[in-house]
Write a protein of this length. Structure first.
Length: 135
């Protein structure tokens, strides 16, 4: 499940001068239906889907990079940023109590550090995933 299921994906604005060339392709009804369905599943136009698929094949890749993948990565990084900010706030509160001469509750600091370590691992995994998708 996406980290932010209610977030509307950010899409790049259309730049008509970016793609000036037009190619016509003949397809059977079955081929057309399959391509339309695949484009719809990814939330892109048929033209964008065909361009991405053609470029992926031309570059020797079998992976089709779509905005869907980028949106998922953005959602994961945004969720991690929020989690890390909350953990940082908790650690600051523990430090405040300690510096004021008090003692944190038993296990409080260990728990915060454990959650921080797991979140940093998720951040590393998300960053590595993005890097590997570019290769």
């Amino acid at each position: 499940m996406p980290a932010f299921p209610d977030r509307k994906p950010r899409r790049r604005s259309r730049n008509p001068s970016e793609r000036a060339r037009k190619t016509t392709t003949r397809l059977s009804d079955d081929e057309q239906a399959e391509i339309v369905a695949a484009a719809a599943q990814r939330g892109v136009t048929v033209a964008r889907f065909l361009a991405a698929a053609g470029l992926a094949a031309a570059r020797g890749s079998t992976a089709l990079h779509t905005n869907e993948q980028l949106d998922a990565a953005i959602d994961e990084l945004a969720a991690l940023r929020t989690a890390l900010a909350r953990i940082g706030n908790n650690i600051n509160q523990i430090a405040y109590v300690h510096n004021a001469g008090g003692q944190p509750r038993p296990g409080e600091l260990d728990h915060a550090l454990s959650v921080l370590t797991r979140s940093l691992g998720r951040l590393d995994d998300a960053a590595n995933d993005l890097v590997n998708r570019r290769l």
